[in-house]
Write a protein that binds this ligand. Structure first.
Ligand code: ZN
Ligand code: ZN
Length: 144
C-alpha cells in the first residue's frame, strides 16, 4: 500500500500495485513540477483512490487529452484520475514513506536539462519506451 499527500495535506490518496516507476526528462515535466526531472509511479485506475480532498484536485490539459493534476490550495502536483486513461500517474514526491518500488528507466533523455548528470545504471531512452508510452503524461511527445 502506498499513501501520499500534497504539501498542504488536503489531498490524500492510497494506491497499490505500482506497475512501474519512471523518471521523465521532458521539458513539460520540468515546467510543471519546477524540478530538474519528474518521477512518477504508474498504477491502474482501479488500484487508486483519494481518501481526502478530491474536490481540491484541479487539472491542466498540458497536451490534448493529457492532464496534470494539482492541489488548488497548495499547488503541489497530485495524481489525477482521467477517464479512459490506462493508468494513474502518481508524482513520486508526494508519496509518504518507502513505496518499496524503484525507478525502472529514464525516458525523454533527449530533452534532459543541460545541468542534469544521470548517475545511475538504469536504461535510458531518448523518447518513450516501447510499450510504456503511459510512462509519460503527455503521450504526444515533448514540447521542445
Ligand atoms: Zn495541497
Ligand atoms: Zn515528462
Amino acid at each position: 500500500m502506498i499513501r501520499g499527500a500534497c504539501l498542504c495535506g488536503g489531498v490524500r490518496y492510497e494506491a497499490r500495485g505500482v506497475a512501474f516507476m519512471s523518471i521523465c526528462h521532458c521539458s513539460m515535466c520540468r515546467k510543471s513540477t519546477g524540478a530538474s526531472f519528474s518521477v512518477f509511479a504508474n498504477v491502474k485506475p482501479e488500484n487508486f483512490e483519494y481518501v481526502a480532498g478530491r474536490s481540491l484536485v484541479e487539472r491542466y490539459e498540458s497536451s490534448p487529452g493529457n492532464f496534470r493534476g494539482f492541489c488548488r490550495e497548495c499547488g503541489s502536483s497530485v495524481p489525477v484520475v482521467v477517464e479512459g486513461r490506462p493508468g494513474v500517474m502518481i508524482p513520486a514526491g508526494t508519496i509518504e514513506g518507502d513505496p518499496r518500488v524503484r525507478p525502472a528507466f529514464h525516458i525523454m533523455v533527449g530533452s534532459k536539462a543541460s545541468w542534469v548528470e544521470i548517475g545511475d545504471a538504469l536504461p535510458q531512452f531518448d523518447a518513450f519506451v516501447p510499450g510504456f508510452e503511459t510512462a509519460h503524461l503527455d503521450g504526444q511527445g515533448d514540447a521542445d
